[in-house]
Structure formats: structure tokens, C-alpha cells
Write a protein that binds this ligand. Structure first.
Ligand code: CA
Length: 223
């Protein structure tokens, strides 16, 4: 899955990017507010990690404007500001959660999972149906209760499809959910991924809709 990292501190940004990538995330890192705004407008992020003190446009303004435009991407504010007022302001203008620096990386990952899960409307860590579910904590797929591990890209793709069960997602929409900036994406990358996933999920779980894209099969959605 893709995360937008908004952080102007070079050292913090670099170490976060490395740690997140080591945990299977595709990371797009921007260092000022205006770029954060345009990256958010492009969409495709499972989550945003937002520093508040930023050059050009403050993090609170980035968030306020995104929410005013109806952007519902989960936002986790990372801030050195430990003032109660800053925290309240952040939550009031639409942050889903916040962490005060310094924090433990494990806690950051857990909070990212939690805000994404809440946005999916799931109180538990499993989304989808009994026939086809996805465990957001372990990154395993459940096919009729049988668990198997997914790669980071398979996970991102299935998460995108299960988030909107029954909806058809185009190649562009799927690519924007799986690959970060500057990643080399071959023209048949999505086909290759789905081909591999059918071995784990069953041949019929992901249906191709000719010329339009892919969707989860009705039988797997549980409708
Ligand atoms: Ca800063």
C-alpha cells in the first residue's frame, strides 16, 4: 500500500521512509506543504503521515483544505508540538489520530493500521467476507477461513478491491494504489500480480471486466 509521508526534517524523513519500506509500504515523501497538497489531490494513498510544522504551507492548512475538498484519506499527525491546543486543533480539522515525537516505530505501524481499519468501517482487523477476507494486521488472505500470506503488492491490490466490494477498478486506479513515485511499472504488472493471486484465492475470485478493469467476484463478496 502507498503512504504519503509529509516531513521537512531530513533525518526523520529518511529513517521513516526506510523503516516503512522495510515493512512493505510504498512511500512518497514530500518536504513541504504545497507539494503535500498536490500529492494528496492525486490520491491513491492508504494513509498520510503529516508533520504540522512545514515550509510553504503549514500541516494544519494542508489538512484543513484537504478535508474541505472532501478528501477522506486517513491522516495521522506526527508532531513535536506537545501543546494540548495543537492536538485539539489537529483532531478538530480532521486528523484521524496523532503521535507526539519521539514515538516508537511499532506504535506508529499499529496506529496506521488502526486509522486505515476505521476508514474501512471495520472494528476488527479483518475486512471482506467469510468467503474472502483480508487480515490487515498480519497481511494474510482468508479464503473460506484458510489463511495464506500475501506479498506487499498483492496485499495493496486486494485491499483496494475489497474496500469497495463489487466496484470495478481500472488499471490506473489499481496501479495508483500499489506503486509509489519513481517505481518502474511494466505495462502488464497488474495482470502478472492478479495471475499469481488467483493461485492463492481461486481462479474465480478476481474477475476481469473487459476493457474496464477488475472487481471481486460477487460470490466472494458474499452478496
Ligand atoms: Ca517540521
Amino acid at each position: 500500500m502507498r503512504v504519503l509521508l509529509v516531513e521537512d526534517d531530513e533525518m526523520i524523513g529518511q529513517s521513516l521512509q526506510r523503516a516503512l519500506e522495510a515493512n512493505g509500504w510504498s512511500v512518497d515523501w514530500v518536504k513541504e506543504g504545497l507539494l503535500a497538497q498536490s500529492a494528496l489531490a492525486d490520491g491513491g494513498y492508504a494513509c498520510v503521515l503529516l508533520d504540522l510544522g512545514l515550509p510553504k504551507l503549514d500541516g494544519t492548512e494542508v489538512l484543513r483544505k484537504a478535508r474541505a475538498q472532501g478528501d477522506r484519506t486517513p491522516v495521522l499527525v506526527l508532531t513535536a508540538r506537545d501543546g494540548v491546543d495543537d492536538r485539539i486543533l489537529g483532531l478538530d480539522i480532521g486528523a484521524d489520530d496523532y503521535l507526539i515525537k519521539p514515538y516508537e516505530f511499532r506504535e506508529l505501524l499499529a496506529r496506521m493500521r488502526a486509522v486505515i481499519r476505521r476508514r474501512d468501517g471495520a472494528a476488527h482487523s479483518i475486512i471482506g467476507s467469510d468467503a474472502l477476507g483480508l487480515d490487515l494486521t498480519t497481511r494474510e488472505v482468508l479464503v473460506q477461513g484458510e489463511r495464506s500470506q500475501l506479498s506487499a503488492r498483492e496485499f495493496a491490490l486486494l485491499h483496494a478491491l475489497l474496500e469497495r466490494p463489487g466496484a470495478i477498478l481500472s488499471r490506473d486506479q489499481l496501479e495508483s494504489r500499489i506503486y509509489g513515485w519513481g517505481e518502474e511499472v511494466s505495462s502488464n504488472a497488474v495482470d502478472v500480480l492478479i495471475h499469481g493471486m488467483r493461485r492463492k484465492l481461486g481462479a474465480e475470485a478476481i474477475r476481469n471486466v473487459r476493457g474496464l478493469g477488475w472487481r471481486i467476484a460477487a460470490a466472494s463478496v458474499g452478496v
